[in-house]
Design a binder for this molecule. Structure first.
Ligand code: GUN
Ligand code: ZN
Length: 370
């Protein structure tokens, strides 16, 4: 019996959108689902109880950061990442295949793995399929990710091809060393912005015995239309009976378009990052709490929201806190944004279950500002 299973509950009659349920050793959650990001074993500014209260059934953490600090061996000694950070529900760790490639000049890619310098102290480090997989086994999340290369945009064809083929070889090496009784592993499809490479990667990666499949290398600076085109093309080549995860996507517009193309899971730092920049997410776009117009606005951030921040506090108050550089402002905006996305995803799911996702998509675009 696989550790991670995907249950298809309903496919929308109007689009490719699917409603499902994913089962893990730390509980089940409905899909489509957005995973809040807890990069350094914390969803920034929030307690696990506060994250759970937003309805999130799974969060993501990063191997890259925890590998460098405090070290995955220490977290293993603490009883694993769930125990260390006291998050009782499902968890996924990214492999480091994205963070390490964002380091630019500080890294060197070889067939055996990636040599890089720590962003913390400049020390020499090495991550490979084997090292990243063992680190993720130490962390013990419910879902580990294969070690891949996220191809930058733009990339020339020859580079993208070499990289995509290396990602497949790395995926096989990850599976060879991965053995954990309570952890599944997802493969990652790359291919840059080239259809034939996406097809090749989808074919090669989905032929391997992973528990689910992610689409990587998107939302890396390309125009949205190009991302949607690549996504459309890729999801059609993925199996129906496994989870599909679009990495690094978390704005409402991209979530709607991802779900329309059959994606089940998403993650992004966006809701918590923009919260710390004074932004509240709304279904029409973003509200910038710094704006003068909210100085005497005694209404909640979002009249439709029932989160802790919206139940208790006004725009004027949160604006004041933000202006005064009070930490509570970051907390309230983060609670709201994560809660907003959980509610947003539940709305998408209900539309799928009622075969009206296409209508939902049209109504969404009619009121989306940017
Ligand atoms: N996060 C966003 N994009 C990617 C990707 O392509 N690979 C990995 N490992 N993580 C990501
Ligand atoms: Zn709210």
């Amino acid at each position: 019996m696989a550790v991670i299973t995907y249950e298809l509950v309903h496919e929308d009659a109007q689009t490719g959108a699917r409603a499902g349920r994913i089962h893990t050793p730390h509980g089940s959650f409905d899909t489509p689902m957005f995973m809040p990001v807890g990069t350094q074993a914390t969803v920034k500014t929030l307690s696990p109880e506060e994250v759970a209260e937003t309805g999130a059934g799974i969060i993501l953490s990063n191997t890259y950061h925890l590998f460098l600090r405090p070290g995955t061996e220490l977290i293993k000694a603490a009883g694993g990442l769930h125990q260390f950070m006291k998050w009782p529900r499902a968890m996924l760790t990214d492999s480091g295949g994205f963070q390490v490639f964002s380091l630019g000049a500080m890294r060197k890619i070889k067939e055996e793995g990636v040599y890089f310098r720590s962003h913390i102290d400049g020390s020499k480090q090495f991550l490979s399929p084997e090292v990243a997989t063992r680190a993720q086994m130490d962390l013990g999340a419910d879902i580990a990710m294969a070690f891949d290369e996220c191809i930058p945009y733009p990339a020339d064809y020859e580079y993208a091809k070499q990289s995509t083929e290396r990602t497949t070889r790395w995926a096989k090496r990850c599976l060879e060393v991965h053995e954990h009784p309570a952890q599944g592993m997802f493969g990652i499809i790359q291919g840059g912005m080239y259809r034939d490479l996406r097809a090749q990667s989808a074919r090669e990666i989905t032929a391997l015995p992973f528990d689910g499949f992610a689409i990587g290398g998107l939302s890396v600076g390309e125009p949205h239309d190009l991302m949607y085109e690549m996504l459309d093309y890729t999801t059609h080549l993925m199996p129906r009976d496994k989870a599909r995860y679009l990495m690094g996507v978390g704005t409402p517009d991209c979530l709607v378009e991802g779900v329309a193309r059959g994606v089940d899971m998403f993650d992004c730092v966006y809701p918590t990052r923009v919260a710390r920049n004074g932004m509240a997410m709304l279904k029409t776009g973003r509200l910038n709490i710094k704006n003068k117009q909210f100085e005497r606005d005694f209404s909640p951030l979002d009249a439709e929201c029932d989160c802790y921040a919206c139940r208790h506090y006004t725009r004027a108050y949160i604006r004041h806190l933000y202006k005064a550089e009070e930490i509570f402002a970051f907390r309230l905006l983060s609670v709201h944004n994560i809660h907003f996305l959980q509610r947003f995803m539940r709305g998408l799911r209900e539309a799928i279950l009622e075969d009206r996702f296409g209508d939902f998509q049209r109504d969404f675009w009619a009121q989306w500002q940017r």
